[in-house]
Design a protein around this ligand. Structure first.
Ligand code: NAI
Length: 304
């Protein structure tokens, strides 16, 4: 069973994509708002009925119902509202995620936790520390969404099929993310030989900024994060060993410890089965470090 805690916009979209991909017979939506997860489940089940897909979605306000889950997605919490500082968000969501993870520990102690709530990297660290789970069982979704945006810009700039694009974004899920143009290709041809340097710089910059643009235009990002969550779940439940960036706890990798941040990893039935460390040049190291510094600052400000 897959449990999604937080039946709001992104939680609902994650349930939708996971059901369409038939990732589990049962998906549970949990939320503190009475009626919301139940209503969302009804709406989704009506859609699945027409699709002819026998996945059952349930909605509940009772954490104990997550018993037996193999994967728990944590997408409960607030998004950044106008006038709210990053620190305000950190404080609110630290308290929510801490409470949620304590319940996961109580009712689904054998599960994997996929944090999604922002700020993503500090929340992944928090979930790892509060749960006490092995580090391979706690991995956050952030860079997979950044990657979907980077790939869309590459598609727009080249005009080539999205299906031919292979790429990577690592580091902080935020303004210091590191889209890796050097490790990107289209149909096996390195991106750096397909596009001029100036265009690549522009794409990297746009990838860093486009989330704010979507939020400005429609108030939230919904479908792309929902889909990215289900891509991570799929790698676990189908044991695909797909290499993808996830936020996970570092213990010496890339030269850093006691911090959670996005890195390329092999994802399979045991969660993070291996962290891969591609060589970074000095410019890339600088951006990765900026992300590490920012996440470490946030971690030191968190009280839990
Ligand atoms: P939303 O406001 O639509 O949904 C959040 C839901 O969490 C609400 O229904 C609320 O009732 C619920 N909730 C709050 N406290 C709870 C608790 N203790 N237990 C259970 N449910 C609880 O927000 P949205 O747009 O779905 O975003 C959710 C979070 O995901 C935000 O922090 C947002 O910044 C983050 N996010 C992260 C992304 C990523 O790439 N990592 C992408 C998009 C959003």
């Amino acid at each position: 069973m897959i449990t999604i805690i937080g039946a709001g916009k992104v939680g609902g979209a994650a349930a939708l994509f996971s059901a369409l991909r038939k990732l589990s017979d049962e998906i549970l939506l949990l939320d503190i708002v009475q009626g919301l997860p139940q209503g969302e489940a009804m709406d989704l089940n009506h859609m699945l009925s027409e699709q002819g897909i026998d996945v059952t979605i349930r909605g509940s306000n009772d954490y104990s119902e997550m018993k037996g889950s193999n994967i728990v997605v944590v997408v409960a919490g607030s998004g950044r509202k106008p006038g709210m500082t990053r620190m305000d968000l950190l404080k609110i969501n630290t308290s929510i995620v801490k409470g949620v993870v304590e319940n996961i520990k109580k009712y689904a102690s054998d599960s994997m936790i996929v944090p999604v709530t922002n700020p993503l990297d500090p929340m992944t660290y928090l979930a790892y520390k509060v749960s006490g789970f092995e580090k391979n069982r706690v991995f956050g979704m952030g860079n997979m969404l950044d990657l979907s945006r980077f790939k869309q810009f590459i598609h727009e700039a080249t005009g080539f099929s999205r299906d031919s694009i292979r790429s990577l974004v690592i580091g902080e899920h935020g303004e210091n993310m590191l889209p890796l143009a050097r490790y990107s290709s289209v149909g096996g041809i390195p991106l750096i030989s397909l596009l001029p340097k100036q265009k690549i710089n522009e794409i990297v910059q746009n990838t860093r900024q486009v989330a704010a643009k979507v939020i400005e235009l429609k108030g939230a990002t919904i479908h792309a994060p929902g889909n990215a969550i289900s891509t991570i779940i799929e790698a676990v439940v189908r044991d695909t060993k797909q290499v993808m960036p996830v936020a996970t706890y570092l213990d010496g990798e890339f030269g850093y410890s006691d911090v959670s941040i996005g890195v390329p990893a092999v994802i399979g039935k045991n969660g993070v089965e291996k962290i891969i460390e591609p060589e970074l040049d000095s410019y890339e190291k600088e951006w990765f470090k900026k992300g590490i510094d920012s996440v470490k600052n946030a971690i030191s400000d968190m009280e839990f």
